[in-house]
Write a protein that binds this ligand. Structure first.
Ligand SMILES: CC[C@H](C(=O)O)C(=O)SCCNC(=O)CCNC(=O)[C@H](O)C(C)(C)COP(=O)(O)OP(=O)(O)OC[C@H]1O[C@@H](n2cnc3c(N)ncnc32)[C@H](O)[C@@H]1OP(=O)(O)O
Ligand SMILES: [Co+2]
Length: 135
């Protein structure tokens, strides 16, 4: 794990929350992206070396919809930047962490991602992110 790649925040209304976070962070959202496979709409903010990812649900079966129903708006996950996601997944599996996807999957913001079950990380949903390098 090289650094925190982003903090994911679950929100009910992405437009409203984008306005709020633009005021809070004094910067505009640099990317909005829907990840249909995850059932999420995302909005990214760069704050110095860090990123905030706002996430809303794009359909009712989205993990974000379930999270909002159960816990309401708030921090949803912490994403870490990794150099080699396959190596890291292998290492974490050997360490006994529960991977929520056996293979890396396409995430937002040009990343390959994998999630670890929060039950094995003291209640924090952890996401691994590897930048997809242009060939
Ligand atoms: C990939 C695009 C983008 C990116 O950055 O590139 C994203 O970040 S997309 C983010 C949305 N996608 C995901 O979250 C995928 C991984 N998540 C899952 O597979 C599920 O949400 C899972 C397994 C974490 C929970 O799903 P489940 O159906 O089991 O929901 P439950 O409500 O029954 O939860 C079981 C248990 O886990 C606790 N929980 C759920 N979500 C979280 C969370 N975000 N942080 C911490 N804990 C969480 C929940 O409270 C339940 O615990 P319990 O003690 O039983 O109440
Ligand atoms: Co994320």
């Amino acid at each position: 794990m090289r650094k925190i790649e982003h903090i994911g925040i679950a929100v009910k209304d992405l437009d409203l929350s984008c306005d709020l976070y633009e005021k809070l962070l004094n910067t505009t959202c640099y990317k909005r992206e829907e990840v249909a496979s995850e059932g999420v709409r995302t909005a990214f903010f760069q704050t110095g070396a860090n990123k905030i990812e706002l996430l809303s649900a794009s359909h009712q079966d989205s993990p974000i919809a379930k999270f909002l129903e159960k816990k309401g708006e708030g921090i949803h996950h912490i994403a870490f930047d990794v150099a080699d996601i396959l190596l890291e997944m292998e290492r974490l599996k050997k360490e006994g962490f529960v991977l929520l996807n056996e293979q890396p999957k396409l995430g937002a913001d040009n990343k390959l991602v994998c999630f670890l079950h929060p039950k094995g990380t003291n209640g924090v949903l952890v996401e691994l992110c590897q930048e997809i390098k242009a060939l």
